[in-house]
Design a protein. Structure first.
Ligand SMILES: Nc1ncnc2c1ncn2[C@@H]1O[C@H](COP(=O)(O)OP(=O)(O)O)[C@@H](O)[C@H]1O
Ligand SMILES: [Mg+2]
Length: 330
């Protein structure tokens, strides 16, 4: 049984401008200890997918549907108090900007010990010792001193380490890391990714790594899922996706990455046009208006995500699997 199985996850926001379909039928599975890279342009539904997994969609305006099974339990059915026991405990989340997720009014020590008191029922002094150890584990010097400090007294890299320490405090089975290194400079970024990989190896944590940076995915993810307009359009082992992308959108993203072993990171910005308005989705493939290979049928029906080649690979482009001659004739 996979650690996480997501079936037909959908989130819509009922706004003044119409119904925004932020996530629209997302399905995937994850095994223990695995890293799944979730990539796609800004607004493609990556963060909303992660929030939905934790039952954190604000409602109203959000409405969520679908089934999420985690560790043998259907968590989409759980009442809020039970979900709260899972969040920060068996499923942890690291956000892009630690400044918005750390409480500026509380010391680092207070924020860490609170997690252990709440989820592990520890007393304060034991929680404090464990928190210091956790800060040491993420490479922060003088952990006792850090515990007494407030978030604004630390550098960005240090705050991100604190977030990771906090995320890993309860040894979660699954870590949702949403752009965990985006705000950091390249050197610190590499250190943080290395740190996450080390902790993952030690604890067998599965990680969903959300990023718009293909360099990060190439170095850290076992598998990649590419999102476009709220749907997964291609998925497969990282090497396969980089070596032989199928979906025109994935190809477009990758054309901005010169080499897999290149050390320059690359933003997803090379595809002309912009993503569709999620409140006014066209009937066919959401990528069709920007697609070089577009054909008549692309404008009519929304393509399903289907297996291609190996069972591990899926894509949602019927045109891409046609023989080249048909493509060339169009
Ligand atoms: N609370 C909300 N109300 C209305 N729309 C929202 C809300 N949260 C997210 N969205 C919309 O959902 C879409 C997906 O957002 P998001 O998952 O944050 O994208 P990503 O993380 O891929 O950049 C965006 O169009 C965003 O504007
Ligand atoms: Mg996001």
């Amino acid at each position: 049984m996979p650690l996480l199985s997501v079936k037909d996850l959908a989130v819509r926001f009922e706004t003044h401008d119409g119904i925004v379909r932020a996530v629209d039928g997302v399905s995937f599975e994850m095994e223990e200890g695995e890293t799944l890279g979730l990539v796609g342009e800004s607004g493609s539904g990556k963060s909303v997918t992660n929030l939905a997994l934790l039952g954190l969609i604000p409602s109203p305006p959000g409405v969520m549907s679908g089934v999420v099974n985690f560790d043998g339990q259907e968590i989409t059915k759980l009442p809020e108090p039970d979900l709260r026991k899972i969040r920060g405990n068996r499923i942890a989340m690291i956000f892009q900007d630690p400044m918005t997720s750390l409480n500026p009014l509380l010391t680092i020590g207070r924020q860490l010990t609170e997690v252990l008191e709440l989820h592990k029922g520890m007393g304060y002094s034991q929680a404090l010792r464990q928190s210091a150890a956790a800060l040491g584990e993420v490479g922060l010097a003088e952990p006792e001193k850090r515990l007494a400090q407030y978030p604004h007294e630390l550098s960005g890299g240090m705050r991100q380490r604190v977030m990771i320490a906090m995320g890993l405090l309860c040894e979660p089975r699954l870590l949702l890391a949403d752009e965990p290194t985006t705000a950091l400079d390249v050197t610190i970024q590499a250190q943080i990714l290395e740190l996450m990989a080390a902790v993952q190896k030690q604890h067998g944590t599965a990680i969903i790594l959300v990023t718009h940076d293909l360099g990060v995915v190439a170095g850290s993810a076992d598998r990649v899922a590419v999102m476009y307009a709220g749907r997964i359009v291609e998925e497969g082992p990282t090497q396969d996706i980089f070596n032989s992308p199928v979906h025109p959108y994935t190809k477009g993203l990758l054309s901005s990455v010169p080499r897999l072993d290149s050390d320059t990171s690359c933003e997803l910005s090379s595809i002309p046009g912009s993503p569709p308005d999620l409140a006014e989705m066209p009937p066919g493939c959401a990528f069709a208006p920007r697609c070089k290979k577009v054909q008549k049928e692309c404008l009519l029906t929304q393509p399903d995500l289907v297996s291609s080649g190996s069972p591990q690979r899926r894509h949602a482009c019927p045109i891409a699997s046609l023989p080249a001659s048909r493509e060339a004739n169009s």
